[in-house]
Design a protein around this ligand. Structure first.
Ligand SMILES: [Zn+2]
Ligand SMILES: [Zn+2]
Ligand SMILES: [Zn+2]
Ligand SMILES: [Zn+2]
Ligand SMILES: [Zn+2]
Ligand SMILES: [Zn+2]
Length: 587
């Protein structure tokens, strides 16, 4: 059994460090497999898509006309609206069923990942400049621009290739670091935007209509960061030569590329980009006209899937949505407390969220930000501390039982300190007892549902039953109970924050699988066979629920990994149940 089987995958998305480098982490993409490509009238494979919704295809105009009276009821079930506070947003114009596709759209632009991690910046595995397939640095190079490609046959888009071929290439005898400093794929999304001026003027116009927050960005850390990473990199290596080239050829490759404009594009990307995960695990960034217009809410009602081949995006209803409701997705990590989400949204997206969760100090009764009250010198207190005004970053925190009040600075200091402790511990692949130790220490100051505690507990359920010496069969009854209780607590928090598991599908699936595990073991220890079967039925119900939840993620890398595990679990459990009922009949 692999120790700590989902550790990296789950904790990566939980770590609160490096706020400025967080992806917008909207749901990972899946293939839009459920869209039929057959004409609904005659059933023949068809290519002519309804131009309004792009969701149905027809063999010819005749059949399209014939189908319209029926199709118009479901064609484009939303409208655009504008609000002074929200800006542009989308509203359902009819009742929508959970999982229903609301719209499908082509991207304005799709390109490589916008922020590379530390390891990616120095890795010798890079995405092919033409098709994004991971390839070894230096193995194959595009014949013209000399950028890494997956094979000699892979075709690089010609305008981008021309611009990149203006570069000098990495210095001779460069080491990996030198090569990676030259091949910066995280700057290519911006270049792809600039190329739209020639390739697709109408998409270029749509791009420039998107919000950039350029004024707010000036002088910030983010502005300095892109100045170095993108603006000066592109100018130094490629764009400065465009002028010289222009003298020799009649037509200019790109007409506008001055630093101001590039900064504006960076602002547009930062404000609007979506993270797309391909089946290969490669992560891309994309801009979409309608999807990027969707309103943010810390409890979303929509999710999206991405088509690897066409680069189209499909937005789905995450739950039943009533006519008139806004369509909402999430641009931040919903497992964080309000203060942290606000900080992240303010820094990257330049707005303060005022959703129902953000306004509620208890965050829908989840208490993921709450602290324990420490009382005063004379008297201990069992109350909890909550922010008086959660949207005010300088708010005081008040105890719900005694008159004790604490200042924000204290709370922030405490949380940052704890983030460091949690991050350090989890990075080192800790044992269950090490996690328990930190958990006990943090629990003195934090509510049992606090998001730091959530992180530790979610790690623990993946250690009890797997760690050497703590395999399921070796757990004491008390340890087994603990595992089950932790699962219940975590499940309850997830249900409060995301009742339809739209954002937390992966977390919830892990919890449900571990619940089933613990229940199975409890059934094993049960001497009464009827009772054992009842427990096994319960375990099976958990796995079936996991199956349902995972549907939204079944094609993301984490989702597929979990899906395989889930399949195996169901198979094993069914075997066990057959054996049990057989025993019962023969007993
Ligand atoms: Zn037809
Ligand atoms: Zn249509
Ligand atoms: Zn390729
Ligand atoms: Zn090329
Ligand atoms: Zn909110
Ligand atoms: Zn108190």
């Amino acid at each position: 059994m692999v120790r700590h089987w989902l550790h990296t995958l789950v904790d990566d998305t939980l770590m609160p460090k490096q706020l400025n480098l967080l992806k917008s982490s909207i749901d990972h993409g899946l293939r839009i497999g459920m869209l039929s490509h057959d004409c609904p009238v005659c059933g023949v494979a068809a290519t002519r898509a309804c131009t309004r919704c792009k969701m149905v295809r027809y063999c010819d105009g005749e059949h399209q006309k014939q189908h319209w009276p029926q199709h118009k009821k479901s064609c484009k079930p939303y409208r655009e609206a504008v609000d002074e506070q929200l800006g542009r947003y989308l509203v359902a114009t009819q009742d929508l069923k959970a999982k229903q596709i609301i719209f499908v759209e082509d991207p304005i632009v799709v390109g490589p990942k916008w922020y590379l991690s530390k390891t990616e910046k120095t890795s010798i595995i890079v995405p092919c400049v033409a098709c994004y397939t991971p390839c070894r640095l230096g193995k194959h190079l595009c014949r013209r621009c000399r950028w890494p490609v997956c094979s000699a046959n892979c075709v690089h888009e010609s305008l981008e290739c021309t611009v990149l071929s203006l570069g000098q290439g990495p210095a001779a005898k460069s080491d990996t670091r030198g090569l990676r400093n030259y091949y910066r794929e995280d700057a290519l999304l911006v270049l792809k935007c600039l190329l739209l001026q020639r390739q697709a003027p109408e998409r270029w116009a749509a791009l420039l209509q998107m919000q950039s927050h350029e004024e707010e960005r000036k002088g910030t850390e983010l502005h300095q960061e892109v100045e170095k990473r993108i603006v000066s990199y592109l100018h130094r290596n490629f764009l400065h030569r465009l002028n010289q080239v222009a003298k020799h050829c009649k037509e200019r490759l790109i007409s506008e590329y001055e630093p101001e404009l590039i900064h504006r594009i960076c602002g547009i990307i930062e404000t609007n980009y979506m993270v797309i995960e391909l089946a290969t695990g490669v992560e891309l960034s994309g801009l979409f006209r309608n999807a990027c217009m969707m309103e943010h809410d810390c409890q979303p009602n929509c999710y999206f899937q991405f088509d690897n081949l066409t680069h189209q995006i499909a937005v789905h209803a995450g739950c039943d949505i009533k006519k008139g409701e806004h369509l909402k997705i999430t641009y931040t990590n919903i497992l964080w407390g309000t203060h942290m989400r606000q900080h992240h949204l303010g820094m990257t997206k330049h707005f303060n969220c005022r959703c129902a969760r953000c306004l509620d100090p208890t965050e829908f009764g989840s208490y993921v930000s709450a602290l324990r009250c420490l009382g005063d010198v004379n008297k201990t207190c069992t109350g909890i501390q909550l922010p008086i005004d959660p949207l005010n970053e300088h708010t005081q925190w008040k105890c719900d039982t005694c008159p004790m009040v604490v200042e924000t600075a204290y709370v922030t200091g405490l949380q940052t300190h704890m983030s460091d402790d949690v991050e350090k511990l989890l990075a080192g692949r800790p044992t269950a007892s090490q996690v328990e130790l930190l958990l006990a220490r943090l629990s003195q100051m934090l509510h049992p549902n606090h998001f730091h505690i959530f992180n530790l507990k979610h790690t623990l359920i993946q250690l009890y039953g797997y760690e050497v010496g703590l395999e399921l069969a070796s757990l004491s009854d008390a340890q087994l109970d603990r595992k089950l209780r932790l699962c219940d607590e975590l499940y309850d928090i997830c249900q409060r924050l995301d009742p339809h598991s739209i954002k937390l599908a992966i977390y919830v699936t892990v919890i449900l699988i571990e619940m089933a595990h613990a229940l199975e073991q409890q059934a094993n220890r049960q001497s009464e066979q009827t009772q054992a079967l009842v427990i096994l039925e319960k375990a099976r119900a958990r796995l079936m629920e996991a199956h349902e939840v995972l549907e939204k993620e079944h094609d993301s890398v984490a989702g597929r990994k979990l899906y395989m595990k889930l399949q195996k679990e169901v198979f094993e459990l069914d075997k066990l149940m057959v054996a049990q009922s057989h025993d019962r009949h023969t007993a």
